[in-house]
Design a protein around this ligand. Sequence first.
Ligand SMILES: [Zn+2]
Length: 152
Amino acid sequence: VSRKKAKGLHQWLIPKLRRISMFWPQKAIARKKSKHIIEVGKFKNGRPKLKTMYECAMCGPDYLYEKEETHMDHIVPVVDLSGFTNWDDYINGLFAPVENYQTLCIPHHEEKSKAENKKRLTLSKNYAKMNSKYNYKRKYKRSVRKKRARSN
Ligand SMILES: [Zn+2]
């Protein structure tokens, strides 16, 4: 597969895989684990009014959230912080076992994702720096070699 085709396939396939992963049963099991059924009042006949709420793994059980106020988080990120490796790793990461999911409130999920992306960026910058240093050294050595050859 050419690099250009690989990149196109990548961009086309990843959003689709992500969409399918919403129906991944292990994810639903993990969500269920964070579910609380709380009493929010009583009906006139005395029966309790119940509501389903969700616990954020970072906020703890004292603050519960509506379903829409939470996201399911991959504890170990789908894509390693050092970047995409291969499709096997990606698919295993995306369709994770129940232990790798946690429910987070949206602010905590965003905070975690931001921190991960920041780390990714730092890693890729370091990588680029390393590469450019390497190239620089190579170019430098080449120019020294040329100079020496000329002076001899
Ligand atoms: Zn939270």
